[in-house]
Design a protein around this ligand. Sequence first.
Ligand code: MLT
Ligand code: ZN
Length: 486
Amino acid sequence: LTAEAYPKVHRNPDYKVLNDEDLKFFHSILDDDEIIEANGDDLVTYNQDWMNKYRGQSNLVLLPKSTEKVSKIMKYCNEHKLAVVPQGGNTDLVGASVPVFDEIILSLRQMNKVREFDPVSGAFKCDAGVVMRDAHQFLSDNDHIFPLDLPSRNACQVGGVVSTNAGGLNLLRYGSLHGNVLGLEVVLPNGEIISNIDALRKDNTGYDLKQLFIGAEGTIGVITGVSILAAPKPKALNNTFIGLESFDIVQDLFVKAKKELSEILSAFEFMDNGSIKCTIEYLKDEPFLLKKQHPFYVLIETSGSNQQHDQEKLSAFIKSALEEKLISESHMAADIDEYNKIWTWRKSVPPACNSYGGMYKYDMSLKLKDLYSVSDAVTKRLNAAGLIGDAPKPIVASVGYGHVGDGNIHLNIAVREFTKQIEDLLEPFVYEYIQSKKGSISAEHGIGFHKHGHLHYSRSEIEIRFMKEIKKHYDPNAILNPYKYV
Ligand code: MLT
Ligand code: ZN
């Protein structure tokens, strides 16, 4: 899709159109390798999201290497009413990190240094542009782990995941970023730098301002530095991949896992058979982990300090689940290679769904008893319209998977092409369904451009009014990440 395909949104004429004088200013404060100007299609990787769904038309990417430079850029843009989109690894899923029109892209990718690590408290401080994989590697070398992991870990950046309040694969164990982030350094739209990056674990002196920037998707400030609590590296990691016959059993198994694996349980992820069918095609030569296919699959991970103890505990759990006929089949990792392989089957679901051309994507919180029902309802609706099947039908599959431990389902509609007919079948149906079940239309992927204007399905009028007031307070000229969020 291009901006012409956004019929309901128009470029706000209050924003200045970039001119030579602006470029002269940016060149006066930045080095040559901190500026990329449009040259044919050069900026496409910055203008377009990885799902090929959103594409802006920015002519300028700024890649400052310091917080002070970010501050100078923001101050100038604010004074001249130039709209700005902050961008991390651009792995976003709701069109939050790409421009809609000609907004300047402010990439944090050249602010990529680890600042400090305290192995006693576990406080880890880094620039916002550190890639999550590199944060994991640094901490692993120091016997710790970053308290969040994602399928996009090789590209997403620490500042980006904090800005979007990403949840990830181990939230069940390590909690959300609202608990793990110790402090932030943020550049406000007027260029002021607000920092509590040296924050302590406990600090009750007034409002906890940093919380507002966690999940604000760069609409009220640009996160330039993060301090986060790293967890000690588990000595023992085990996982198992399980086939089972219904989503009711998935829930029974979750209750059993909490009871019997208790303190070592660190992930409980589910996938339906549609997710795995796409992944089998995507991973091509990789042999499937189980003897046959099942309606549902669960990946359970344990993390602890004693390999033998944890392995015995997980084996006993699987044995008893088989005896109780809760599960049909399971494959437990015998070593670290198999452990990684099992995770590959879960982490490959998003790229597998995207590999046919693109995908429509929804990310919802629901009561566990209702969690899978939204996927059933949507698949039924798309099937009734005759849209799912082999080419030339536009939809390859409509699949559900996600984080049972967090009550979070992802719905991916893998498509060969984006069409208005599919869109009209999906929306507002999906949102109305979630509202009727008192769920949330965004569990972890955020609002961005996709869900802009849809907050009322999950938030009250007064909540939305407060959000708008906050936006106005921090960003009175509305230059940060426009056309999105509130
Ligand atoms: C996941 O759980 O895999 C992530 O939220 C990313 C995604 O769904 O695409
Ligand atoms: Zn997720």
